[in-house]
Structures are given as structure tokens and as C-alpha cells.
Design a binder for this molecule. Structure first.
Ligand code: PLP
Length: 385
């Protein structure tokens, strides 16, 4: 059967490869996927089950159930002070993943350039490639806390640039963008009439008491931003596949017609579960954040005891990039040998771009006991080299 050039261009990521390989070992410590081990809170599960029992099992509007769009708009309004019209400026999607895909599908013509700070979440580049655009990768450095500087952003802009994608807190680096960098970046976006695709999926996972800085905090940025988020990480709902985006009506009003041809709508029981997630009052997201912060502290302290490895403490997310350069191994070799000899799976940095060679990504989405055991094995591996 014929395969399109587009399908042939896409390589599976090493994240999935290592995850699949890890499955073939017993007693493995699997640090690969960003899938929180916490349960979806009961009240949200119950709302999903209730929706099924009550027969809310048919298609919804392509833009998503209006009530859900209303609670999303209210939540953004409360957090940022920026108002979105639920009927024209919010699109419900199958995870943040589909929010990104619909946004790019609605924006990119062949040859259009999208700037992506590197290391980057693999799917950004793949989606841009898949849609015939050109991903322009701009390296960000560990010395600069993995944050893109306005100067580097400005230098990457050409007459073909249409957008920049920024993810804060960031997968895989754990970086969080602060006010100064974002002020410079937002000025450049406005000056060049670009769009910023602002992926804030990990917004609920911010550590050390930090205050979140949103792209919407800067003057007029609603007009230049597509803000993307989902229930996956905040409410531990990765498998419910429920995401959303907010943006100016002139753009977002076009998304239902694309959605009609992709998924028709996000799963309807999931949409009702999400309504409960947004309107319910409970402290689960904060408790999860505190849990991840403790795990982060344990992981970082343990890794720092190992000669030849170093790590910057991530300011958000549940990922740490461990610098393995002193071991002399490339990231793929390190990851395969570590899995084979110690049954510990991490993701080779190279999958997140050339700028991430010399790093292995560790997702701390398991209990502390397991993290300590995993790092004990990493230490044995590094000492055996
Ligand atoms: N954006 C980033 C940076 C991610 O890491 C992920 C998932 O890991 C997503 C978006 C997509 O999340 P979901 O589709 O589960 O909402």
C-alpha cells in the first residue's frame, strides 16, 4: 500500500522506543513517560461515569460542549484577568496535542516557518513538518537556564516566520520563562506581527513557591497568542484526552471546521468529566504538585551524589535533564547500556534535538522509593564505566 512522503518523513520518538524496550524487562525502573502515577480524583471519575449513565454519549458541537467552554473561559479569566468569549474564542480538543495540531493546521501554509526553542518537545517539530511547514530550531543553553533570549529569537525571524512555540514550564528541560525574557519575546512577536503558541500544559507544576508568568500578562498579547492547555497533567487525566485552546475569535472561529474533519469533537463523557474538574473545589492539583516537588528534591539530591553527572533542578514539570557529558557516552548509547545492564529506562536527549545531546531525560512520576532505587542503579552503571 502506498505511504505518503509525509508519513515517511516522521520518525517515531526515542521516548516511545525506550518505553517499549523497558516493557520487555522485569523489575525495571521506568523513567521514560510523562504520565503521572496519581489517580484522576474520584469526583471527576464519577462525573465521567454519570455522563455515560445519563446518555451523554453522542457527538457534541465541534467546538466542544458550551458549558465546558464557559468554565474554561472563567478559569482563564480568573487566573489572568483576560476575558475570552466561550462561544467564539475557546476550542475543546482531544488533549493539548490536538489543540496544537488544529492550531498549526489552521495557520501553516507550505514553507511557513515556525520557531521552536531547542531542546524541544518532539511533537512540535513533527507536527510542523507533517503540515508542510519548516521548524526553525533555536538552541537554548543550560548556562542560560534553557530559556530563549529575545536576541536569539529576533535573529531567527525571516519573512517566512509565522509563529513561535513556547512551552513553559518546559518539557524536557524543566525551564520556566520569567517576566524579563517574556517581555522581550512578546515585544518582538508584536513588532513582527507573529503568533505565539503558548503551551502551558505544565502550569500547575511549578516549584519553590514561584508565581506563574503567562504570556497573557503582557499588553495586548491576547491578540497575538494561542494559549494551549489540558486536563492531562493538572488533574491527572492523560487517558481522558481532554485539552483546549483559547485565542482571538478571528482565528479560533475557524477551528470547528477543521475539527469536523479530524475528530468531530473531543470524547463527550470526557468533556463532562472536565466540567467537574474545572468547577470542583478541591486541593488535588496542589497536593500533586507538592508530591512532585518532594520527588524532584529527592531525585536531584541523589543524582548530585554521582561523579560525572550533573543536573539543574527543574523549576517546573516532572522532568529533569541529567547532564551525562563527562561520561563520554552519547545519550543513546548511555540509555541503551543503562537499560541493558541496570534495567533503568531514561530518554536519550538527542530525541529532543541536537542541543540536547549529552543529556538523558528522567521523568519523576513514581514514588520516592523507586526514584532512589533507580538512581542507585544509575550510580552503579556510571561507576562501572
Ligand atoms: N505539550 C507538551 C509540552 C507535552 O509534554 C505534552 C504531553 O506530554 C502535551 C503538550 C500533550 O498533552 P496532552 O495531549 O495529554 O494534553
Amino acid at each position: 500500500m502506498k505511504l505518503s512522503k509525509r508519513a515517511n518523513r516522521i520518525e517515531p520518538s526515542l521516548t516511545r522506543k525506550l518505553y517499549d524496550m523497558a516493557k520487555s524487562y522485569d523489575d525495571v525502573v521506568d523513567f521514560t513517560l510523562g504520565d503521572p502515577d496519581y489517580e484522576t480524583p474520584d469526583r471527576i471519575k464519577e462525573a465521567g461515569c454519570r455522563a455515560i449513565r445519563e446518555g451523554r454519549t453522542k457527538y457534541s458541537e465541534n467546538a466542544g460542549v458550551l458549558k465546558l467552554r464557559q468554565v474554561i473561559a472563567e478559569s482563564i479569566g480568573k487566573e489572568t484577568g483576560i476575558q475570552y468569549d466561550p462561544s467564539r474564542e475557546i476550542q475543546v480538543t482531544v488533549g493539548a496535542m490536538e489543540a496544537l495540531f488544529l492550531t498549526l493546521a489552521c495557520m501553516i501554509d507550505p514553507g511557513d516557518e515556525v520557531i521552536i526553542p531547542s531542546p524541544y518537545w518532539v511533537n512540535y517539530k513533527h507536527m510542523v513538518d507533517f503540515l508542510g511547514g519548516k521548524a526553525v530550531l533555536v538552541d537554548v543553553l543550560e548556562e542560560n537556564d534553557f530559556v530563549l533570549t529575545p536576541e536569539d529569537f529576533q535573529n531567527a525571524i525571516t519573512d517566512k516566520t509565522v509563529a513561535i512555540i513556547i512551552n513553559s514550564p518546559n518539557n524536557p528541560t524543566g525551564a520556566v520563562y520569567g517576566r524579563e525574557a517574556l517581555e522581550g519575546i512578546s515585544d518582538i512577536v508584536k513588532k513582527n506581527n507573529l503568533t505565539i503558541i503558548w503551551d502551558e500544559c505544565y502550569k500547575s507544576l511549578l516549584y519553590d513557591g514561584a508565581q506563574y508568568v503567562s504570556i497573557l500578562d503582557f499588553p495586548d498579547m491576547k491578540d497575538y497568542s494561542i494559549v494551549i492547555n489540558s486536563c492531562s497533567k493538572k488533574f491527572s487525566m492523560t487517558g481522558w484526552r481532554l485539552g483546549y485552546l483559547a485565542g482571538p475569535a478571528a482565528f479560533v472561529e475557524n477551528l470547528p471546521k477543521i475539527q469536523e474533519n479530524v475528530a468531530a469533537c473531543a470524547g463527550v463523557p470526557s468533556q463532562y468529566a472536565a466540567i467537574e474538574a474545572f468547577k470542583g473545589e478541591d486541593d488535588t492539583p496542589n497536593l500533586m504538585r507538592d508530591g512532585f516537588e518532594k520527588r524532584r528534591n529527592t531525585l536531584i539530591a541523589e543524582i548530585r551524589k554521582i561523579d560525572k553527572l550533573s543536573v539543574k533542578s527543574p523549576k517546573g514539570t516532572f522532568y529533569a535533564l541529567v547532564n551525562i557529558k563527562e561520561t563520554g557516552l552519547k545519550s543513546e548509547e548511555f540509555a541503551y547500556k543503562l537499560l541493558e545492564s541496570q534495567k533503568v529506562a531514561g530518554v536519550p536527549g538527542i530525541t529532543y534535538g541536537d542541543a540536547c545531546e549529552g543529556y538523558v531525560r528522567i521523568a519523576f512520576t513514581m514514588n520516592e522509593e523507586k526514584i532512589i532505587e533507580g538512581v542507585r542503579r544509575i550510580r552503579q552503571f556510571v561507576e562501572s564505566l
